[in-house]
Design a protein around this ligand. Structure first.
Ligand code: GRF
Length: 209
């Protein structure tokens, strides 16, 4: 019997791309319900572009400096995603804020991974924020993207302990290892239809088929 069509995914990156690699590795399993059809970077020389090329995935470099403003940059990214017939966008270390029109266009079809247990510690330096707050539990979150920063409906979270002798680097490494497990899991939940955006504020979880 023919396999069901896989969800076509575009990944937006700006750098190292270790989460991209985790998604690439997950998608390599024949029964994984998603495939990455395009990787877009806004930074030339991003290591993630090499990871994509090594996996035989189409890449596009869209430098924000080459565009007149946020809207023009967003439109160039949007054009590439549509040309590749992308159905879901995964932000994976994409260090560029997208404008409200772009976020609205992909509403319910764009997700992000953030290195904290949201709603705690939004924005940059989440590990330093966690250490400064003295929490004993930290982690990462995959959520739908909405106009407000790191505030969209939560799809999945993974927690890690904060240990007494942690510094930012040690804590970041522990969270990153959890990210690499969580992002593929969240993508699988969406691609299999188990999780979907219900309203701008919530996620609907369907029983696994
Ligand atoms: C990750 O910690 C991710 O949560 C954050 O940026 C970092 C990207 O790392 N948004 P990588 O490029 O996936 O290695």
């Amino acid at each position: 019997m023919a396999r069901p069509a896989k969800l076509r995914v575009g990944v937006l990156i700006s750098g190292r791309g270790s989460n991209l690699q985790a998604l690439i590795d997950a998608c390599a399993a024949p029964d994984f319900p998603a495939e990455i059809v395009l990787v877009v970077s806004n930074v030339a020389g991003a290591i993630g572009l090499q990871r994509a090329a090594a996996a035989g995935i189409a890449t596009a470099l869209i430098r924000h400096q080459d565009h007149s403003g946020r809207d023009a940059f967003d439109e160039a990214v949007d054009r590439q995603l549509r040309r590749a017939d992308v159905a879901l966008v995964c932000l994976a270390g994409f260090m560029r804020l997208l404008g409200a029109p772009m976020v609205a266009r992909w509403h319910g079809h764009m997700i992000n991974i953030h290195p904290s247990l949201l709603p705690c510690f939004i924005g940059l330096h989440s590990h330093a924020q966690a250490l400064a707050a003295g929490v004993t539990l930290h982690g990462c979150t995959v959520h739908y993207v909405t106009p407000a920063l790191d505030a969209g409906p939560i799809i999945a979270q993974a927690a890690v302990p904060v240990l007494p002798d942690d510094d930012e680097e040690r804590l970041a490494a522990r969270v990153l290892a959890a990210e690499h497990r969580l992002y593929p899991l969240a993508l699988k939940l969406i691609a299999s239809g188990t999780a979907q955006a219900a309203t701008p504020e919530s996620v609907l979880f369907n029983p696994a088929p």
